[in-house]
Design a protein around this ligand. Structure first.
Ligand code: PLZ
Length: 450
């Protein structure tokens, strides 16, 4: 990548100097000042992981209000996969914002929405006839996937899994497993949502995928019954719950059971989709073909867009006018998505994600720290799970100390996991090998000190 020095400007994109450069403590005085205003103006429930306030971003860095350049290993939670302010995305959005900003697609349409639907129908797993519908957020798309499944099957129950994360709206809170911080105090939750046990190789005693699926299916049959079940929803690699990769065979067994029992199988690929895992969709790794796929995050290079895509007969079940929303499939977000999708299809981004996995695995293999119970994930969706080596118990304290130390040293680092003991790596695919390596070295040094 050619680097253009735009130090003096506040313009983002890959032209920003690709370096970790700290000119103040983190957070610096200007960020602290904005943060104090945030505390006074923004609702307390809206937390901030690392209180630096960003003025520009691109490639593998974010630049804050004090002029610090931090290595970004989070991509705004797996969103800026093609890069932050990727030039192609910025140009497409600029052209669209100058043409028109909004009509409401369900009042008067525009071609960009249709083109995004066509692209999703082409790119998602399976070569059956498909339809798509666009929304704004991941949670909104998940809700609509459930609506479609209920409409198609005429049934009501939905199964989600241990460690699942599907959003913060009422129905998606019900689907999400973890109480704090997502659900606690916010009930009552939507009814007819049931939870099944997951395959979690590190923590389920090494069950095979087939064994874990048998346990889950037996529980579903005994506690709910296929006759009442509209849908099973699962993240092919679980995100917020800890970057858990179910044992091989678990997902295919669930799909086979769902297909045989008139149950809609929904893959929530909000976090794992769009090149993140080295395949376009994580479902492809085990060759599963979901009935419905939910996408968001990486789809549009940072603009808010989400979608559901699936079998035409299922997607067409709701009556005309049954799906919609004022901003759903906003034209700016569609323009961004089309530019991003072109990058996924034409560039070598999938190979780039696989290379990022190699770099991360090599670094942590070399670190050989007994507190790392597992290095797992795929592509640019990787994580380490931290434990007390004496007992194998999750070590959330160590995890937050590592994250805090990395933040202080200029690396945006995210944690996750039901037990709060997983450090996750979600770099942009536009990050350079050098910058990624440096960011990981900071994390490894933080771990050694913690
Ligand atoms: N499904 C698999 O990962 C969003 C949550 C951030 P929205 N994950 C980030 C937070 O703390 O709110 C997510 C996901 C999966 C659904 C969602 C929900 O997507 O766009 O945040 O609504």
């Amino acid at each position: 990548m050619t680097l253009v020095d735009t130090t003096a400007s506040t313009v983002g994109g890959p032209g920003l100097p690709q370096e970790r450069r700290l000119v103040t403590e983190i957070p610096g005085p200007r960020s602290r000042e904005i943060h104090a205003r945030k505390q006074a103006a923004v609702a307390n429930g809206v937390g901030v992981t690392l209180p630096v306030y960003i003025t520009a971003a691109g490639g593998g860095v974010v630049v804050d209000a004090d002029g610090n350049s931090l290595i970004d290993l989070g991509s705004g939670i797996a969103v800026t996969t093609v890069g932050n302010s990727a030039p192609e995305v910025a140009a497409a959005v600029t052209a669209q914002v100058n043409a028109f900003t909004h009509t409401c697609f369900t009042i008067t349409g525009y071609e960009g929405y249709v083109e995004v639907a066509e692209a999703l129908n082409r790119l998602t797993p399976g070569d059956h006839a498909k339809r798509s519908a666009l929304f704004n957020s991941g949670a909104e798309a998940v809700e609509n996937a459930i609506k479609v499944a209920r409409s198609y099957t005429g049934k009501q129950a939905v199964v989600a899994f241990d460690h699942a994360y599907h959003g913060r709206t009422n129905l998606t809170m019900a689907l999400t497993a973890k109480s704090m911080p997502y659900k606690s105090g916010f009930g009552p939750f939507a009814p007819e949502v049931y939870r099944a046990p997951l395959s979690y190789p590190l923590r389920d005693g090494g069950l095979t995928g087939a064994e874990a699926a048998k346990i889950a299916i037996t529980q579903i049959e005994k506690q709910i019954g296929a006759a009442n079940l509209a849908a099973i929803i699962i993240e092919p690699i679980l995100g917020e719950g800890g970057f858990i990769v179910p044992a091989e065979g678990f997902l295919p067994a669930l799909v086979a059971w769902a297909n045989a029992n008139d149950v809609v199988f929904i893959a929530d690929e909000v976090q794992s989709g769009f090149g993140r895992t080295g395949d376009m969709f994580a479902s492809e790794h085990e060759g599963i073909v979901p009935d419905l796929v939910v996408t968001a995050k990486g789809i549009a290079g940072g603009l808010p867009l989400s979608a559901i895509t699936g079998r035409a007969e299922i997607m067409d079940a709701p009556h005309a006018g049954g799906l919609g929303g004022t901003y759903t499939g906003n034209p700016l977000a569609c323009a961004a998505a089309l530019a991003a999708i072109e990058l996924y299809e034409q560039g070598d981004l999938l190979a780039r994600a696989r290379r990022i996995e190699e770099i991360i695995r090599e670094k942590f293999a070399a670190a050989a720290d007994p507190r790392i119970a597992e290095v797992r994930g795929r592509g640019a969706m990787m994580a380490i799970e931290l434990v007390d080596p004496a007992t194998g118990e999750p070590d959330a304290g160590l995890t937050s100390r590592v994250a805090a130390a990395a933040h202080a040293d200029g690396v945006v680092l995210l944690t996750c996991g039901t037990y709060g003991n997983v450090v996750r790596f979600l770099p942009s695919l536009a990050i350079s090998d050098e910058l990624l390596g440096e960011g990981l070295d900071v994390v490894i040094a933080a771990l050694a000190r913690a």
